[in-house]
Design a protein around this ligand. Structure first.
Ligand code: PLP
Length: 490
């Protein structure tokens, strides 16, 4: 979008008008080859030039003909309130419709308008040429439903990436979880053990298939399901354990599988946030009977909406494929062999997924750079607790999440609002299930660890930001925390 506002000279007037037409703000900013702001040209300036005899087809604008060499701009660290003030109030009888935000060298970093104030979103899409051309190809082929070659290609490529398993595409991460539960015949009268700290899709999937969730606390050392607490909750009705690799933080899969094997129950991993993570040197996705991934827009790779259920056994993946396709026999049309549903992913979505999967190492590298920079700059503060680390797992680096020790929930929530006013979008920790009325009946016991993570954690912008953006985010975060906390620097 910022490209529609800037132009380097020399340029034809006609070209400038094209940009003004695109940005719909009546103005372009002139920059030198380093994107340094050197002036502005408005549609009014061009109108006056034409009236004084310029030919818009021919005239090349150079610096001498720039009408305004003193455009209004602000530093990109300016807070949102000040930007808003300048956009809403007249200055020298002029109301600015768009304001360039520049760094100390006058390089344009962003353009603020009323509709688009400078903002650091928590997560940002990264769709490139490969995604566009594959999606276009899928649409052009006419196969825009779940029929079409990309679905199969994406499933095969996904298993290849993981190094095994049988992948089944779904319409979302939530439906992947439901599909897995249905595939293993889990329903009314059955119990599934899961952690108290997760996104609601984990617990909803169990309730939606008619089974009963049994919620246990998480461990402080991993933020994932507490192994000892699983053991205490196993009953004759337990049919599965649903460990959640929360924030891409791998669960203790060996311990979980040991319990499951002993009790002859299933392990269904909620790996929605964990694509690209490792457990004991192996990619997350092959650790249990089934692992479910999400491709929602903020996930490691995206198909907009979408998911994948990866089964250890081929037989289970075949049952799942049947269920997600209305339970209709693949041999006899309109003959249904199982009570199914429609959990299918479309062909254009799968095309985007395939392109995204091809780029997963590139995404990981970018996230790693961002994680490392936050760590380097925040680890000197002893009031911050980080995502746990250990020598047997590697986080997928989904969202940079920290706990601010001693900061009560009320102040954590104020912090989130204050940061948003500075253009920084953050997220609180997931509300733990025991704190929500609809789930309370499934939560018996103590939940001190999950409550702490839920109440005191905050996730920071984790994609498409550079070091100077991170400097700004970090300084604003520390400024705000400083107001609520007396802390010691180490
Ligand atoms: C832990 C967890 N499980 C399940 C889901 C559900 O995925 P989706 O939004 O694709 O349905 C999500 C994501 O949103 C998640 O974070």
């Amino acid at each position: 979008m910022i490209n529609n506002f800037i132009i380097t000279l020399p340029a034809k007037i006609e070209k400038i008008l094209e940009k003004i037409n695109l940005n719909k703000n009546g103005l372009v900013f002139i920059v030198d080859k380093n994107k340094k702001l050197i002036g502005s040209v408005s549609d009014g300036d061009i109108r006056r030039s034409i009236l004084s005899g310029y030919d818009i087809k021919k005239t090349i604008l150079d610096k001498s003909k720039i009408v305004n060499t003193k455009p209004f701009f602000l530093n990109y660290k300016t807070d949102i309130k000040t930007i808003l003030y300048h956009l809403q109030n007249k200055r020298n009888n002029i109301k600015y419709k768009c304001i360039p935000l520049v760094d100390n060298n006058r390089i344009i970093k962003d353009i603020s308008t009323i509709e688009n104030l400078r903002k650091y979103p928590i997560a940002n899409l990264d769709l490139g040429d490969q995604e566009f051309s594959k999606a276009f190809d899928a649409i052009k082929s006419g196969w825009i439903s779940s029929k079409g070659s990309y679905v199969d290609q994406f499933e095969k490529a996904f298993s290849k990436y993981l190094g095994g398993g049988y992948s089944v595409t779904t319409s979302s991460g939530a439906t992947a979880l439901e599909l897995a539960l249905k595939t293993f015949g889990i329903g009314k009268g059955d119990e599934v053990i899961l952690p108290n700290f997760s996104f609601a899709a984990s617990i909803n999937s169990i309730i939606n298939v008619g089974a009963t969730p049994v919620v246990v606390d998480v461990e402080a050392s991993t933020w994932t399901i507490d192994i000892e607490k699983i053991k205490k909750k196993i009953s004759k009705k337990t049919k599965a354990i649903m460990p959640v690799h929360i924030y891409g933080q791998p669960c203790k899969l060996d311990e979980i599988n040991k319990i499951a094997k002993l009790k002859k129950i299933y392990v269904i991993e909620d790996a929605a946030e964990a694509l690209g993570g490792f457990y004991k040197g192996k990619k997350i996705g092959l650790g249990g009977d089934c692992a479910c991934f999400s491709f929602y827009a903020n996930k490691i790779i995206t198909t907009g909406e979408g998911g994948m259920a990866v089964f250890r056994k081929k037989k289970n993946s075949e049952t799942a494929s049947l269920i997600k396709n209305h339970g209709m026999s693949s041999k006899v049309f309109y003959y249904h062999t199982i009570t199914g549903s429609n959990f299918r992913m479309t062909n254009p979505q799968a095309a985007i997924g395939l392109a995204q999967l091809n780029r997963i190492n590139e995404f990981y590298k970018e996230r790693k750079k961002i994680f490392d920079y936050y760590n380097k700059n925040l680890n000197k503060f002893n009031f911050i607790e980080f995502l746990p680390k250990n020598n047997w797992s590697k986080n997928s680096l989904w969202l940079y999440t920290i706990i601010i020790k001693d900061l009560k929930k009320k102040y954590r929530d104020i912090l989130i609002k204050k940061l948003l006013a500075k253009g920084i979008e953050t997220r609180p920790g997931f509300v733990s299930f025991n704190q929500m009325n609809i789930y309370k009946k499934y939560c018996k016991g103590s939940f001190t660890v999950s409550k702490k993570i839920s109440d005191q954690s905050i996730s920071l912008p984790t994609t498409k930001i550079n070091y100077s953006d991170q400097d700004y985010i970090i300084s604003q975060l520390l400024n705000e925390i400083n107001k609520y906390l007396t802390f010691k620097k180490l």
